[in-house]
Design a protein around this ligand. Structure first.
Ligand code: ZN
Length: 73
């Protein structure tokens, strides 16, 4: 088996995916992921956006609690 490409984290199953050495593809043998690097970057950005939303909600909740505490004082 030829060794080529770089190992990256599969955005779908978090297993090891292979990034083509010319950045032309990302493939994961575990979940059959097969996309271009451009699609992979968009996929990661999309996941990050969801994660940021979760963090944003968490920050909002924390601020709400702080405001409630201030009101009690
Ligand atoms: Zn995968």
């Amino acid at each position: 088996m030829p060794i080529y490409g770089m190992k990256v984290k599969c955005p779908k199953c978090d297993d090891i995916a292979e990034l083509g050495d010319d950045f032309s593809y990302v493939k994961c043998s575990k979940c059959s992921l097969d996309m271009t690097y451009g699609e992979y970057v968009k996929f990661i950005a999309y996941k990050d956006a969801i994660y940021s939303d979760i963090l944003g909600d968490y920050t909002k909740d924390t601020n709400g609690s702080a405001a409630g505490t201030l009101d009690e004082w």
